[in-house]
Design a binder for this molecule. Structure first.
Ligand code: FAD
Length: 394
């Protein structure tokens, strides 16, 4: 009997197992994927996520992987050029973009070092329930052999297409249409800051990562997905040329180090994240377009809140556990809604004049620029920008 079984061992599941194991709980961490495998995701971790890694004692391991700190950001849209550094949070002014096969493996290593039991190639296919319908464990296959395991709590950290959510019949509590599709690859010998370029119908970004490589991403409206995918490489290069012409010139003569990765299925939703004996974290609970690069940092914050909520209740009165989970769910939603709305706004790829006039004022002022870059990182809300300084400039 485990205190918790965590299904999914990436940026939501592995730190959940880590923090529960550090709290003294007996934890089983399962993933159908192989240890150290990559996944379809770019991987900018904004400063709130970096601060979580630092709190967990893992930031030095990210640095030691050769992943560079990203201290400067550039944002261009229309005639606007914003450049500077965020103010940051908990002393973390830099973002980092560790490759997912680096970050996810590092998180699993930390979880196992803390005492969590980990099985890869282990697919969960069913939930065990007691006579009252309470979830009390999982079943599935591990290396081709069927298994069952029991726990006080089953945690679905198994991504946007969560099996745990489907098996628990977790309903959507909000759902919006898909807005973009994204293509990305890695380039050698193209030094870059975090650079964001926007125009109507286009969004391009550069992100420095491991192995001295630069990730270059291009976003398109979802309505163009069928057309873009027929010749994705051409569409990717054309989107860079149209949205970030100077970057396009910098790429001339450089080579992508990998094939082009693409994703047209980025859903926007909240699910009801908990019920008797089960809870969802990370993308399983809430998914949004990746354009604002918030998924990893949001997962880290949810994980910490979940572990704090259940600590002291696991293995005790199930009613107390369920009440703690319900409080966690309510708080998590309240915390995530503003970032969700900001993400939907960005993912419409339609910069409107009101925002542009605001940004024209911001670009002329270093302090407002720092606040704006805090907003991009998910540290400050839009209201933080409305200082007397901004109002004087508008
Ligand atoms: C194109 C793209 C770009 C992105 N860019 C960024 C970015 O720059 N920054 C950022 O913060 N976020 C980004 N995101 C979002 C980010 O990838 C996710 O928010 C993050 O991966 C969520 O982590 P997770 O652990 O919840 O889920 P996942 O990373 O999806 O992990 C779920 C795990 O569960 C396992 N699993 C699933 N089903 C089962 C099962 N039945 N049994 C056992 N295991 C199972 C899977 O194998 C997987 O390893 C991007 C996403 C996409 C698609």
């Amino acid at each position: 009997m485990y205190d918790a079984i965590v299904v999914g061992a990436r940026c939501a599941g592995a730190p959940t197992a880590l923090l529960l194991a550090r709290a003294g709980y007996r934890v089983l961490l399962l993933d159908k994927a192989a240890y150290g495998s990559d996944t379809l995701s770019t991987h900018l971790v904004h400063q709130p996520g970096v601060a979580a890694l630092a709190r967990w004692g893992l930031l030095e391991r990210v640095r030691a992987s050769g992943c560079p700190p990203i201290e400067r950001a550039v944002y261009e849209v229309a005639d606007i050029h914003i450049e500077g550094c965020a103010r940051g949070v908990e002393g973390q002014r830099a973002g980092f973009a560790p490759r997912r096969h680096v970050l996810d493996a590092l998180l699993v290593d930390a979880a196992t070092s803390a005492g969590a039991e980990y099985r890869d190639h282990c697919r969960v296919t069913g939930l065990l329930r007691d006579d009252g319908g309470r979830v009390v464990g999982v079943e599935g296959s591990h290396g081709g052999r069927a298994f069952t395991e029991r726990a006080h709590l089953v945690i679905g950290a198994d991504g946007m297409r969560s099996t745990v959510a489907r098996l628990a019949a977790a309903p959507y509590t909000a759902r919006d249409p898909r807005l973009t599709c994204a293509y990305y690859t890695y380039w050698q010998d193209v030094p870059a800051d975090l650079e964001l370029y926007e125009r109507p119908g286009g969004w391009v970004a550069t992100v420095p990562t491991n192995d001295a490589a630069t990730l270059v991403l291009a976003y398109f409206p979802q309505a163009r997905f069928a057309e873009v995918r027929t010749d994705a490489h051409r569409a990717y290069m054309e989107q860079i040329r149209a949205t970030a012409p100077a970057l396009h010139d910098r790429l001339a003569g450089a080579k992508p180090t990998e094939r082009l990765h693409g994703c047209g299925d980025q859903e926007n939703f909240f699910r009801q994240p908990t019920g008797p004996g089960w809870v969802l974290v990370g993308d399983a609970a809430h998914h949004k377009d990746s354009i604002t690069a918030r998924g990893i940092s949001d997962a880290f914050q949810q994980v910490e809140a979940l572990v704090e909520a259940v600590t002291g209740t696991l293995g005790g009165d199930p009613a107390l556990l369920d009440a703690a989970l319900a409080r966690f769910a309510e708080d998590a939603r309240a915390r995530l809604v503003p970032g969700y709305e900001a993400t939907l706004g960005a993912a419409r790829l339609d910069p409107h004049e009101q925002r542009l006039s605001l940004l024209r004022a911001v670009q002329s002022d270093p302090e407002l620029t720092a606040i704006y870059l805090d907003m991009v990182a998910g540290i400050a809300s839009a209201s933080a920008l409305y200082t007397p300084r901004l109002l004087a400039l508008l």
